[in-house]
Write a new protein. Structure first.
Length: 297
């Protein structure tokens, strides 16, 4: 089960979100047939954007899209996040899921080499209530994902933030996955910062703590150096959910126009469409396409 919890530390001057996403990232690995390196990259990406579902989405009608393209062999990664009460709903896709690159010298997966770092992180917030978009675009720092989102919060939102993400992959799939996001409130003190820095210097990696079975509360105490943290919410969930349906693909076929749709009918007599987020296919035979064409007349 995926789990997410929110905390306050250092007498409310520091906020913290911790997530255990092993189950979700394993599902993503299977859906997209990912390699170990692309599993690590997509797992980190899905985890941080899923956590942002609890910090950036205020209304159930709102959602946001995150895009990363570092000019690496993976191409563009996209995450679309919605929220339903206590659940952050995530769907992701990537141009080239089967990329694999050599390990780093220390034997770890080289996510940056697969993602690249010569590109941008783009966050597009959509509000259905006000029919407005907010676009936050920053250059990538490392392509390791956590550092790039840390930089996004600093530059685009002026929020001092610490982000850690980790995905542990073995021969059977995803063994442990999760992350945490620490943000300083305006009244945070230098003493708070020093305590957090000292705690982080001693803390194991997030994937190691999850692999060892530590609770989200124990992880929170460990990374902020505060035994008296306050639990804001601990019954939160994060899951992979694609909201595609046949009607959306019908609208997509209609949108290509009368000329292109007629060409498909005459040359192919059918259309097979596949959702990039969940790999579900939708078949349209000649009769289906002719009915869609009739709507354009």
């Amino acid at each position: 089960m995926n789990r997410v919890a929110k905390f306050l530390a250092h007498e409310g001057r520091v906020s913290l979100v911790v997530a255990h996403t092993t189950e979700m990232v394993e599902e993503i690995r299977k859906i997209h047939d990912l390699t170990p390196t692309t599993t690590a990259a997509m797992g980190r990406f899905a985890t941080i954007t899923g956590m942002m579902g609890f910090t950036e989405i205020k209304d159930s009608e709102d959602y946001f899209t995150a895009q990363i393209n570092g000019q690496g062999p993976m191409g563009t990664m996209i995450s679309v996040v919605r929220r339903e009460e206590y659940t952050s709903l995530v769907k992701v896709c990537v141009d080239n899921p089967h990329v694999e690159v050599p390990l780093k010298e220390n034997g770890k997966l080289d996510v940056s080499a697969a993602v690249g770092n010569n590109g941008f992180l783009n966050i597009i917030n959509k509000s259905e209530a006000t029919d407005t978009n907010y676009n936050g675009l920053v250059p990538l720092v490392t392509g390791e994902i956590a550092e790039d989102f840390t930089d996004y919060f600093a530059k685009s939102q002026q929020k001092p933030t610490v982000i850690a993400l980790g995905v542990l992959v073995d021969k059977d799939g995803v063994r442990a996955s999760g992350g945490y996001m620490i943000q300083l409130m305006p009244d945070a003190t230098e003493e708070d910062i020093v305590k957090i820095e000292n705690a982080l210097a001693k803390a194991p990696s997030i994937s190691q703590m999850i692999d060892e079975g530590k609770s989200l509360e124990a992880i929170a105490r460990t990374v902020v150096g505060d035994e008296d943290i306050m639990i804001l919410a601990q019954e939160l969930d994060m899951k992979y959910e694609c909201d595609c349906d046949r009607e959306k693909f019908e609208r997509g076929l209609i949108s290509i126009g009368k000329e292109e749709l007629t060409k498909i009918i005459e040359e192919d007599g059918e259309a097979n469409t596949v959702c990039h987020f969940c790999n579900k296919s939708y078949h349209f035979d000649k009769t289906d396409l002719e009915e869609l064409l009739a709507k354009l007349n």
